[in-house]
Design a protein around this ligand. Structure first.
Ligand code: FMN
Length: 176
């Protein structure tokens, strides 16, 4: 498997956002188009990372329509893979339920229906997560059972690889 062109969606998560920016900034062979959900753009701006993320991509798009017209690119063969990182609990819940009413959930649905591999990094993948607020304060969050069970549910979707850390995401992308 070789990814030449990746569609990378950033959702509205502060957790793993810095690591995502580091990953996108590091050298790789694949070209990346970056898509921000509405919350994704807001949160990236709050963390001061929007411009850094934007600079790593060939093209950058913000969610600006209700029907996610760009989702048609998966059936058209524009992308070899869909990466959703970081993925909020909100987006993950929609994805596993088959809801497609936002950029990230529509991309997940259309990539799945088009046989395009999906790699997803949920923020709520472990019983306890250490994260940072916008002001840099360290916080500990304990995802609820309903959030944690989504990891197993995601992995049952054909073509979906759910990873629980930026390191695992990097490994999957480097070995593709
Ligand atoms: C500063 C900030 C940081 C956030 N970080 C997270 C996070 O790490 N994980 C998460 O699940 N939601 C987080 N949220 C909440 C999401 O942004 C919110 O659920 C949003 O509706 C998600 O929309 P999306 O899934 O379409 O991107 C954060 C919100 C703010 C304002």
């Amino acid at each position: 498997m070789y990814f030449e062109k990746i569609c990378w969606v950033v959702t509205g998560a502060g957790h793993f956002l810095g690591e995502t920016a580091d990953m996108l900034a590091s050298p790789r062979s694949a070209r990346v188009d970056l898509y921000f959900t509405r919350a994704g753009a807001e949160v990236a701006v709050k963390y001061g990372l929007f411009k850094r993320l934007e600079a790593c991509a060939e093209n950058t798009y913000r969610e600006n329509d209700f029907s996610s017209g760009s989702a048609v690119y998966f059936a058209g063969g524009r992308y070899d893979a869909l990466v959703i990182a970081p993925a909020t609990a909100n987006t993950v819940a929609k994805c596993v339920l088959g809801v497609a009413d936002s950029l990230a959930s529509n991309f997940f649905a259309q990539a799945g229906k088009s046989g395009v591999p999906i790699i997803i990094l949920p923020t709520d993948a472990k019983t306890e997560i250490e994260s940072s607020t916008v002001s840099g304060k360290r916080i500990t969050l304990r995802p609820r059972p309903i959030d944690l069970q989504r990891m197993d549910e995601l992995s049952r979707f054909p073509g979906v690889t759910a990873v629980s850390s930026p390191k695992s995401l990097r490994h999957v992308l480097n070995s593709a």
